[in-house]
Design a protein around this ligand. Sequence first.
Ligand SMILES: Cc1ncc(COP(=O)(O)O)c(C=O)c1O
Length: 345
Amino acid sequence: MTEPMLAAAARRRPHSADAVMIDSNENPLGPCQAAREAMAGMIPQGGRYCDNLTDDLVSTFAQNEGLNPEWVHSTVGSTPPLSLAVLAFTSAQRSYVTADPGFETGMMMAAVTGARVVKVPLTKTYAHDVKAMLAAAPDAGVFYICNPNNPTGTLTSHSDIEYLVANKPKDSIVLVDEAYIHFSEAPSTLDLLKAGKDVIVLRTFSKVYGMAGIRCGFIVARPDLTEKVMARGGWNFMPITACAAATASLKDPQLVPERRRINATIRQKTFEWLDRNGYSYIPSEANFFLLDTKRPGKEVRDAMAKENVMIGRVWPLMPNHVRVTVGTQEDMERFQAAFQKVMKS
Ligand SMILES: Cc1ncc(COP(=O)(O)O)c(C=O)c1O
């Protein structure tokens, strides 16, 4: 189960082709122009595995981030390494520790290994409560940190992640999911990993790069950790279209800042509209936010779906909140009209 599957399960009803789809944290901009052209150029080579394209992708990323290419491995999105890391490092004896509310994929995989799932509420500022996470699980196998966190879109400071890494039980890992890091100005955790710590960082091209349907991501870690993760069934070839599109995207230094700015502008305008109309929300650093519906969020989500605007999901700990993805400005205007109607009815 991953984001689109969870979103579809929550959606429950068929939607029309012109529905506003702001329920699974996709990027409406899609791949950048250079990525589109690179993919089109790959079509004639589709009969070959072309592993040189994976090498190009890995070396481009490694060079951009000052990493040893041996520490970078590309995957079809970040769902596979996330799931496999949980399989590799949790068990009936080694628990899986996560924030509440948090992204669910790792918890679901913990059920496969029989690991205890330790859900630790976020702090008052919606950061991971690293001290409470450490205290709650001396038996931890994996500490999952999603930064910014899905579904709150809020950040955990680098110093808190450093504290967690320094104080975690031996042989556990800190799994840092940076799916949404580019939308924020927050520093990455790659520096801790470069220092040789027991840290795995996950990246994806599904969010800022607009390539959710193309499938590309990275696991970045010490080779001994990556080996353990990928040994759970992860080794495979990459789609050549994904490699070409991702490499082209990484070669454009303007792409991330430009898209971060676009997302932040639309998000800010949405927040201003919510403020003006007396609605509350959790301020977010990502391409989604939790909206306070003051009544069961599921009811509001279903009423919005009738207006052809798909929002969601709802997390059990916060039943009166619904997650909303930041779409295009037009998407958000349709969201506003529908939300006003639903809340006034
Ligand atoms: C926090 C988080 N991690 C990982 C993923 C996995 O995305 P993908 O497999 O498309 O890279 C998602 C998808 O929405 C996500 O929200």
